[in-house]
Design a protein around this ligand. Structure first.
Ligand SMILES: O=P(O)(O)OC[C@H]1O[C@H](O)[C@H](O)[C@@H](O)[C@@H]1O
Length: 431
């Protein structure tokens, strides 16, 4: 992962070179804290040890019964879905099984999706760290019944990834299902480089060793200076910009295959850093598509944005055919990749010209190694930001509040949060 901070230096809000140098002292201190947390395998920091600690053979053998699947259905939510989806969408090849994710309990969508799947040739990948998340467990019960109704033995088609205890662990044990662990001390949104994210990649036959090697390269590059560590450069600059008013971070990959990565990044950034009135709101955009939708706002709207432009430097060749239409002749002879890269540069320049801060992030290509490096790098960037901001990066109390309220409403126990829902203020306008 390569990070170019040139687009923040003269921006408004912006961060000067001097400010970055002063900030680097705090980065050094934060890095020591992060390194100590990694050494002690402390909760959260342990995620940055994943490349070395994951048992890739265990993943490959758990999914071995499913490598001939025509479809893979991940049932999970949040960190238990987005990492797997990011890798699957980025790496999918033409011969890979189709990958689906059930991360919502929409009663229109779930049955329709299940009706469309070849259930007897579908691998079901159920993921929940806690093993108690209502959406995931409910969806799984629906999937299980759909399989039974179709005459499919769901116990032959299901692999489970979960923590040491909980409903899902009990279910896996009761039915002797192949199962994988969520490593200790790793919050869901930091778990992509564990079985949580890697099981689907393994079913698709992707090179897990290369993902791990890419992550390990990023891990090895962590040092006490943002000027030597791309991940820290990103995290520190984003933090400094947020302090100066860039409270929104628009993640804009210039590659369709990285669109889901922006969703993964959004959870990582929002849940980890949105604490104590602080944080930076992640938004998602896709280049070049959103140049024709969001860019007007980014360039001329409120001055509270950082725009992160992300691209692979290596792209497949897709020539644009020559044409004798005079107005289009400039396109002939170049490729779609040339055009997309020109748009990437033009958007960066356009934002810079109006003083909007831009960080350019480049990865070598969209392959296993580059993805491993990108995912690890952004996790390290997020942990550094959290250290600099002094927030509790690895918790999500506000999300837990909502979970308790919903559970109380469904009769799953006495939760005072549910009473707040009953007491809500209404100002309803009816036709
Ligand atoms: O993996 P689970 O325990 O099912 O949790 C799934 C998700 O639940 C909550 O929404 C948390 O805020 C997320 O961080 C987590 O990824």
């Amino acid at each position: 992962m390569h990070v170019d901070l040139g687009g923040v230096l003269g921006a408004t809000p912006g961060v000067s070179r001097d400010s970055l140098e002063r900030l680097d002292e705090q980065v050094a201190t934060a890095h020591e804290r992060i390194a100590a947390g990694r050494d002690d395998h402390e909760r959260g920091y342990a995620a940055l040890n994943l490349p070395a600690r994951v048992d890739l053979d265990a993943i490959r053998s758990a999914v071995a019964p499913f490598t001939d699947a025509e479809a893979v259905l991940t049932v999970g939510i949040g960190g238990s879905a987005l990492g797997a989806a990011t890798l699957a969408d980025a790496l999918a090849g033409p011969d890979d099984p189709d990958v689906y994710v059930l991360d919502n309990v929409d009663p229109e969508h779930v049955p329709r999706l299940l009706d469309s799947l070849p259930l007897e040739r579908t691998a079901v990948n159920v993921v929940s760290k806690s093993g108690t998340t209502a959406e995931t467990l409910s969806n799984f019960l629906v999937v299980r019944e759909a399989m039974a109704d179709a005459g499919v033995d769901w116990t032959e088609r299901t692999v489970v990834t979960t923590g040491e205890s909980g409903n899902l662990r009990a279910l896996a044990d009761a039915h002797d299902l192949p199962s994988l662990p969520v490593p200790d001390g790793v919050p869901g949104r930091f778990s992509v480089l564990s079985p949580v994210g890697l099981a689907v990649a393994a079913i698709q036959g992707h090179d897990l060793d290369a993902i791990r090697a890419g992550a390990a390269e990023a891990a090895d590059s962590l040092s006490g200076s943002l000027f030597e560590t791309p991940a820290y450069a990103y995290g520190a600059a984003a933090y400094a910009l947020a302090n100066r008013g860039a409270t929104t971070n628009a993640m804009m990959p210039y590659a369709e295959r990285l669109e889901t990565f922006a969703e993964w990044f959004a959870q990582l950034w929002a849940e980890s850093l949105g604490k104590d009135g602080l944080g930076q709101t992640p938004t998602r955009a896709l280049g070049a598509t959103d140049q024709h939708s969001q860019l007007q706002l980014y360039r001329a709207g409120p001055r509270e944005k950082l725009v992160t432009l992300l691209r692979p430097t290596d792209r497949p060749a897709c020539p644009i055919p020559e044409t004798d239409l005079e107005g289009l002749s400039y396109l002939g002879g170049s490729t779609l990749g040339d055009l997309l890269d020109a748009e990437f540069d033009a958007t960066g320049a356009s934002l810079a010209a109006s003083g909007v801060p831009v960080i350019r992030v480049e990865i070598d290509g969209i392959d296993e190694r580059s993805l491993g490096a990108l995912l690890y790098g952004m996790e390290a960037a997020c942990v550094l930001y959290g250290e600099l901001a002094g927030v509790s990066t690895f918790t999500q109390p506000a999300v837990e509040w909502g979970k308790r309220a919903a559970r109380g409403l469904l009769g799953g126990g006495e939760f005072e949060e549910a009473e707040a829902v009953e007491e809500r203020t209404s100002l309803r306008i009816d036709p």
